[in-house]
Design a protein around this ligand. Structure first.
Ligand code: CAO
Length: 471
């Protein structure tokens, strides 16, 4: 019996608005191929070419697309059914446009385009589909998925199913691949839980959930090279099992700086060059300057800023950034220095501008002002941008050397540790000298080791010779 439908109901303009048609399995080159996925259900609206089912032969996985657009009225197959050419997949109520454009070889019989047939009793399946669907250019075999020899030649030309072959490629249907692409997931990374390791939609979802939980990037491609490291997921430990614990959420600053530090550490090939500077004279001068300017805190940092500016002028490659493509170096003609400031909420790096144009006292004032602003949480984004080079001083705290992380897109950073008085050989005897440990981390893509050693030695010379610094 013909199911009730608006089929044949004339529209106000006298055009047929809808009709029930069968979507059938086209010539797939095999008989009795198992259905492994039914991708639509009753009530779904399908577009022409939208996949209806997935079939899986010994050699290939195929998706069978809808030959016309419409609403699914009945699904005739279920997972596990074995089908051959002509089997009815679904009954679809087509819209007016589809009907009016469908060729109708036998007038009134509704034989339409592709492997479809207007519903008429009795519906017998499987039945030979005619006429055969014509191949659609650019569709069907996905490049790289199907080794030429693995698919019987007769399969492809007449077939309207899209084939995905496992081969070396992951075993997944086009719908699952499309889903993975939509989420930016590199399907090569996903482990399939289906039969024979087949990747299912749920596997992709689980992969994304896992990647998000572990903080890893699931995507492939340029920025995805970080995800491409194929890192182990973050260890999931129930710490409470081992003793009392307390949870403390990270501050906003910690979350932001943490994400930046992680990217910079993972993406920049870091090398750290260590050097000692003899700052005996510099320290004597600093104390003198402090005594003369009691209202101002003259931190050793202002001398370091001066020395860094001189070094950046002598080695312009350090006052540079790689552009986004990584193929061009942008050399800067200005000298804005970022200073890492430790605050109760985490690390921030405000920038002191035009350090080349400022004297020691100006720098001392600026440093005092930005570190206070940082600790009072009053720094604006503009005050933390535009830096050329950063200095991270742990000198007030202690320690010998460390490896600071380059503050991208800068290419180098100076770590300063606590100065100590050491016996230093002066050619005749050991003399007590105040020695400042310096740690210069640099982006090895931009800076060679020899250049970094020269930069660090230059810095030490500047700090060691107060006359040079004041020039
Ligand atoms: N060696 C020995 N003593 C040093 C020193 C050094 N390299 N650097 C500073 N000091 C002394 C200072 O002279 C000061 O002593 P006086 O009060 O007797 O003069 C004392 O240590 C405290 O200095 P400070 O650290 O408070 O101040 P600063 O001006 O030297 O530095 C600032 C300012 C904002 C950089 C600093 O307070 C700060 O936040 N440092 C931490 C930066 C940081 O966390 N870096 C890590 C980044 S990576 O996670």
């Amino acid at each position: 019996m013909r199911p009730p439908s608006p089929s044949g109901t004339p529209s106000p303009a006298g055009v047929t608005m809808a009709d029930l048609k069968e979507a059938r399995v086209p010539d797939i080159g095999h008989a009795d191929v198992p259905v492994i996925e039914v991708l639509v259900k009753v009530g779904d609206r399908v577009e022409k070419e939208q996949s209806l089912i997935t079939l899986e032969s010994d050699k290939a996985t195929m998706e069978v697309p809808a030959p016309f657009a419409g609403t699914v009225k009945e699904v005739k197959l279920k997972v596990g059914d074995e089908v051959s050419e002509g089997a009815v997949i679904a009954v679809i109520e087509t819209d007016g446009a589809a009907v009016s454009t469908s060729p109708s070889p036998a007038a009134g019989e509704g034989r339409g385009e592709g492997a479809s047939e207007a519903v008429k009793p009795p519906v017998s399946a499987p039945a030979p589909a005619e006429p055969k669907p014509s191949p659609i250019a650019g569709q069907g075999v996905q490049p790289g998925n199907v080794p030429e020899g693995d698919v019987p030649p007769q399969v492809r030309p007449p077939m309207d199913a899209r084939i995905v072959m496992p081969g070396d490629a992951p075993y997944a249907s086009p719908a699952v691949r499309a889903f993975a692409r939509e989420l930016g997931v590199d399907i090569q990374q996903v482990k399939g839980s289906g039969r024979g390791g087949r990747i299912q939609r749920d596997d992709v979802s689980a992969y994304v959930k896992h990647a998000l939980a572990s903080g890893a990037r699931p995507v492939a491609g340029a920025t995805a090279s970080v995800g491409g490291l194929n890192l182990l997921p973050w260890p999931k430990v129930d710490f409470a099992k081992f003793g009392a614990i307390e949870e403390k959420p990270l501050s906003r600053i910690q979350k932001i700086s943490g994400a930046n530090l992680a990217r910079n550490w993972a993406m920049i090939p870091h090398v750290t060059q260590h050097e000692d500077a003899d700052i005996t004279e510099m320290e004597a001068f600093r104390k003198q300057l402090g005594a003369e300017n009691k209202d101002l805190k003259i931190s050793p940092l202002v001398f370091q800023i001066k020395a860094v500016v001189a070094a950046l002028k002598a080695f312009p490659q350090f006052n540079a950034s790689l552009d986004e493509s990584g193929e061009k170096l942008i050399l800067k003609k200005y000298f804005h220095i970022g200073i890492a400031v430790d605050t109760p909420d985490g690390l921030v790096v405000p920038v002191i501008r035009d350090c080349d144009k400022k004297g020691l006292l100006d720098l001392a004032r600026d440093l005092g002002a930005i570190s206070k602003k940082a600790r009072d949480k009053k720094l604006g984004p503009a005050e933390m941008s535009g830096g050329c080079f950063s200095i991270s001083s742990l000198g007030g705290i202690g320690g010998t050397y460390f490896t600071p992380i380059v503050n991208a897109p800068e290419v180098a950073i100076l770590g300063v540790s606590k100065s100590v008085t050491k016996p230093v050989w002066n050619g005749k005897e050991f003399a007590p000298r105040l020695v400042l440990p310096l740690s210069l981390s640099y982006d090895h893509r931009v800076i060679d080791g020899a250049l970094a050693a020269r930069f660090a030695a230059f810095l030490a010379n500047q700090l060691g010779d107060i006359r040079r610094l004041l020039l």
